[in-house]
Structures are given as structure tokens and as C-alpha cells.
Write a protein that binds this ligand. Structure first.
Ligand SMILES: *Cc1c(COP(=O)(O)O)cnc(C)c1O
Length: 396
């Protein structure tokens, strides 16, 4: 039996895995101490839980515990990485390179730095949403201190050539940050082989609780330093003040542990659900276009434009299926997605894009229901607009 509405918006957030919830519970009432309290067992136990989580979080990206700084989410991690590095290395230069398809966390951090005198180059991407590493190489100047390129895009799922970009940054001695929020837990992320200096990700995108995230910071050769953006205590080695969110961090660790052990099997399962959804829709409908790269994309993402359809009308027409037009942040403002603009799709196809985000808890039944619903509603909406073109609804 299907439970309605069907949740297919797993890029915006994911439900917390029940195993994670169960693991978190003792940290609200029993192990409730402040990990900074060094004088009693309550503090020690909380501290031990945080350090255990730190290990699990690090492991998922092939890092070590000391590389992990806990934050309130990817937005804070990104702010800390970009503003913290810019502030720390401002005597060396004031130039930052990023792309036009980044998440608002990156774009707005860069805009805020521009107001403070930094120069930011926003590189274009190709029609699949991929940035050309040569463009990065060619944009580097003597004043460049940081490159920030997202690992996988949250709207169209495109995966960037991270290791090539990492190589370029390394050879030019420039810091490399990646917003890996949509990649971690979905594809194997390895900070060492990709030569990543700073990496941001979030718990609530991988079936952990909201309000927790991590910033990975390389610790050796060369040693990286960033300026803290929140002052008020020596937590997280002075890089992020404030009492740690112990239940959240415990849940984040558990979520990372599950993500690591399930990664391959889960990706395969989600990929076949995605293929089933895509094939079902294109078999039943004409005029459907895939946005993003056909192969270099995260398994759970399907972004489709439906010719002649306004995406908001389609979303309204199929309330039983929770999908979105793009990022939750831009849907609030009602503006056309900056990502779809950047990949140059036809003007009317921009307004007819739907993002399907498949997750751990979706099943075949839900996908079949969704296929049929999409076909039915797209046909219905196309018929209405045909009739209104012919003037059959002239009185409306
Ligand atoms: C969701 C998301 C963020 C923001 O993460 P929060 O933890 O909600 O702050 C940043 N970047 C990308 C690519 C995302 O998908």
C-alpha cells in the first residue's frame, strides 16, 4: 500500500532514518552533558559520543577525525570555508574562482566577499552543467587564493570533474573547496584522491537530523588555516564556538555509518528506480527533455522538462507526489532557476522543469504510481492549453 503523498524531493531534505532516531534518543535525556565540561562524567560521555561521531563522519569521505569541524549544516560550513579562507589569506590575494551553478550558500558568500573588496570569477558551465577544468586553469591569476566548485549539483545532479580541478589547484598552490552536500553518501567521495582542501556537507541530506553539518579541513602539507566566523569559545579547536549539538552530531555520525555501509547497494537500487521512472515517462509521453548530463549525474536525480507545460501547474495537478521545480531556496523567491539559465535550455523549457529526487525509502510501487500520474496530468494540461489556443475556453 502506498502512503500519500509520495516523497520525491530528496534533494531538499531526507527523512531521518529510524535507526538514526533510535541512536539519538539517549543523547537528549541520559547522555545530555556538555562535551566541554571536563570535570564530570556527564561531560566525558558526551565528549566521547562526539568523538565517536567525528570518526564516522570522517570515514565516509576518507578523512581522519582531526579534519572534521562540526557546524550547523552545509550553509554554515560553506560560509566558514569561503569567508574563513578569504579572511585568512587576504594578504596573499583577493581573487576567488567559482561557477554560476553553485548553491546559494556559495554564491551569497561570494557576493558578500565582493562587497568587501574581493574579486570573484563565476565560470560558465556547458549545456550539461559541467565546468571545464581548463577554464579554471585559465582564470587563475597571481591574486587567486581559492577555487570553490560544487561536487554534484542539487538541481540537475551533474557531477563535476573534481579530481582534475583538484590537480590544477594543487599545482598552482590555490585552496580548493567543494560543496559536496549532494555527493557525500551518494557517490564514493575521497578527499585525498580528489586533492580537496576544504569540503562542506550536511546531515539532513543523508537521512540524519537537520541542523548539523561538517567542514572537512585538510590538516597537513600545506597546513591550511581559516579564520573563525563565530566567536565565543574554544570548541572545535577555536574554529566554531558554541556548545555542540550532541544529539544531532550523534545522529549525523550514525547516518554516515549507514551511508557508508549501504552506499553501493543503495546507489544501485535508487539508480534502477530512477531509470524505471525515466523510461516510464518517456515511453508514455512525447516532448520530454532530460536536463543535465545523461551519464555524469548522481543516481537519485532526474530533472525533466515537459514541452508546453508550466511546472507549477503540473506540481499543483499532482499533489499526491511531492516534487519541486528546483532548489527549495529559489522556489521561495519564484525566480527562474539560475542553474537552468546557466545550461542554456530553451526559454519555455525552463518553466517546465521538474526535479524528481529519489531516496532510500522510495519503492517501485511509488515510482509506477508517479509515472502514471505524470503521464495523465501532462496529457490533461496539454489538452487544456490546446483547447484554450483554439478559443474553446474563450469565455474563461
Ligand atoms: C542543501 C544544500 C546546501 C545547504 O545545506 P544545509 O545543511 O541545509 O545548510 C548547500 N549546498 C547544497 C548543494 C545543498 O544541496
Amino acid at each position: 500500500m502506498i502512503k500519500f503523498p509520495i516523497y520525491l524531493d530528496n534533494h531538499s531534505t531526507t527523512p531521518v532514518d529510524p535507526k538514526v532516531v533510535e541512536f539519538m534518543l539517549p543523547f537528549f535525556t541520559e547522555v545530555f552533558g556538555n562535551p566541554s565540561s571536563k570535570s564530570h562524567e556527564f561531560g566525558w560521555k558526551a565528549d566521547a559520543a562526539v568523538e565517536n561521531s567525528r570518526k564516522l563522519v570522517a570515514r565516509l569521505i576518507n578523512a581522519e577525525s582531526r579534519n572534521i569541524i562540526f557546524t550547523s549544516g552545509a550553509t554554515e560550513s560553506v560560509n566558514l570555508a569561503i569567508k574563513g579562507a578569504a579572511e585568512m589569506y587576504s594578504s596573499r590575494g583577493n581573487h576567488i574562482i567559482t561557477t554560476t551553478i553553485e548553491h546559494e550558500a556559495v554564491l551569497d558568500s561570494c557576493k558578500s566577499l565582493e562587497k568587501k573588496g574581493f574579486d570573484v570569477t563565476y565560470l560558465d558551465v556547458d549545456n550539461f552543467g559541467i565546468v571545464n577544468p581548463n577554464d579554471i586553469k585559465n582564470s587563475v591569476t597571481e591574486r587567486t587564493i581559492l577555487v570553490s566548485v560544487m561536487y554534484a549539483n542539487n538541481e540537475i545532479g551533474t557531477i563535476q570533474p573534481l579530481s582534475e580541478i583538484g590537480k590544477i589547484c594543487k599545482s598552482k598552490h590555490i585552496l580548493f573547496h567543494t560543496d559536496a552536500t549532494q555527493a557525500v553518501g551518494k557517490i564514493p567521495v575521497d578527499v585525498l584522491s580528489d586533492r580537496i582542501d576544504l569540503l562542506s556537507f550536511s546531515s539532513h541530506k543523508i537521512y540524519g537530523p537537520k541542523g548539523v553539518g561538517a567542514l572537512y579541513m585538510k590538516s597537513r602539507i600545506p597546513k591550511i588555516r581559516i579564520a573563525p566566523q563565530i566567536d565565543g569559545g574554544l570548541q572545535e579547536r577555536g574554529l566554531r564556538a558554541g556548545t555542540l549539538n550532541v544529539p544531532g552530531i550523534a545522529g549525523f555520525g550514525k547516518a554516515c555509518e549507514i551511508a557508508k555501509s549501504e552506499l553501493i547497494a543503495e546507489t544501485n537500487r535508487i539508480n534502477s528506480l530512477k531509470n524505471m521512472l525515466y523510461n516510464g515517462i518517456i515511453t508514455g509521453l512525447n516532448g520530454v527533455k532530460l536536463n543535465g548530463h545523461p551519464k555524469r549525474r548522481i543516481a537519485n536525480n532526474l530533472n525533466l522538462s515537459f514541452e508546453g507545460i508550466n511546472s507549477d501547474s503540473l506540481i499543483l495537478a499532482m499533489k499526491e507526489v511531492a516534487v519541486s521545480t528546483g532548489s527549495a531556496c529559489s522556489s521561495e523567491t519564484g525566480e527562474t532557476s539560475h542553474v537552468l539559465k546557466a545550461i542554456n535550455i530553451d526559454e519555455d523549457l525552463k518553466h517546465s522543469a521538474i526535479r524528481f529526487g529519489i531516496g532510500r525509502f522510495n519503492n517501485e510501487e511509488e515510482i509506477i504510481y508517479t509515472i502514471n500520474k505524470v503521464i495523465e496530468k501532462v496529457n490533461f494540461l496539454r489538452q487544456i492549453s490546446l483547447k484554450s489556443e483554439k478559443g474553446e475556453y474563450a469565455e474563461v
